[in-house]
Ligand binder design. Structure first.
Ligand code: ZN
Length: 135
């Protein structure tokens, strides 16, 4: 498995537009785009900071994983995404090593990425996303 960098840092927010007042206006980071990922019940905004992006995630339904996260822990740091060159190979390698995964198959992620989550139990309390995307 080849990790090529930190792709983005995911932050769970209650209201995307309200959070953009801070990230966009106070910090002056430009929003690359806002996208709704229906199958995950989230709306995301990507804000590039150098080579890494901040991903803001807002729930669009009560059953959204982001809604459940905010209910339990409040707004805040949700996940770290590592970029991989070959997500299918990375998933196979981690499975072979017995690493607990949330996604045993790559799925669609915002920004036309292919992603898979590693279980926080395997990553010592951090929700880790593997992300393959061409930039
Ligand atoms: Zn992400």
């Amino acid at each position: 498995m080849k990790l090529t960098g930190i792709d983005h840092i995911g932050i769970a927010v209650s209201n995307l537009e309200e959070s953009l007042v801070f990230w966009q206006e106070s910090l002056g980071i430009e929003v690359l785009g806002i996208e709704e990922v229906k199958e995950q019940n989230v709306r995301t905004a990507f804000l590039p900071v150098g080579a890494v992006e901040i991903e803001l995630l807002e729930a669009t339904a009560p059953e959204s994983p982001i809604a459940r996260f905010i209910e339990k822990k409040g707004e805040g740091l949700h996940h770290i995404a590592l970029r991989v060159d070959d997500i299918d190979g990375a998933i196979d390698e981690l499975k072979a090593k017995g690493v607990q995964l949330i996604d045993e198959k790559a799925r669609y992620g915002a920004g036309h990425a292919r992603i898979a989550f590693v279980h926080p139990k395997a990553a010592h309390g951090v929700l880790l996303e593997l992300c393959e995307r061409k930039k």
